[in-house]
Design a protein. Structure first.
Length: 170
């Protein structure tokens, strides 16, 4: 399946999907916002995938996918115990993303959250999501067709959850 660059859609590479899968396995009710390939990767391997919320209708028909628009967020029937987010970095304003996240986690700022975001826009992310207490992890996702300066931000010890040492990378 091809990335849709007009929608700012870039897939995580194999190594990143494998590591994120290791994280998702540790939780029961996971939401993947704007990361449909994580759901596909896990489902294709027989693992329990996260519920993926995205606007890409190519994934409709998969039990793990729900069409969902950040600009018109709908509540979920459950409270997730982890949310993984790979948003479009430039077409979605942070206040919209913050409101969508609030809808997903019912404004429970303690919900474990992992967000991939451009390093050069770190201050804006950390300011907007201050209630979530996000911190840079030093871990950078890999992408299939580009190499942006993006980092994972989390409100828990992501390195520890992935059993990574201080020098390890994804």
């Amino acid at each position: 399946m091809q990335e849709n660059h007009q929608r700012e859609q870039y897939w995580y590479d194999e190594a990143t999907l494998r590591r994120l899968s290791q994280l998702v396995w540790q939780y029961r009710k996971v939401v993947g916002l704007c990361c449909p390939m994580l759901g596909k990767y896990m489902a294709d391997r027989g693992y329990h995938p996260p519920l993926v919320l995205d606007i890409d209708t190519r994934f409709v028909g998969n039990r793990w996918f729900r069409p969902w628009n950040i600009h018109d967020p709908k509540p979920l029937e459950f409270h997730p115990d982890l949310v993984v987010v790979d948003p479009p970095f430039f077409t979605i304003k942070l206040d919209r993303l913050w409101a969508a996240m609030g809808r997903i986690v019912e404004f429970d700022y303690t919900t474990p959250l992992v967000v991939s975001w451009p390093k050069r826009r770190e201050a804006a992310l950390l300011g907007t999501f201050a209630h979530y207490n996000l911190k840079p992890t030093g871990l950078k996702p890999g992408y299939v067709s580009c190499s942006p300066d993006v980092e994972f931000y989390a409100n828990f010890d992501l390195r520890g959850a992935l059993c990574l040492g201080p020098e390890d990378t994804l």
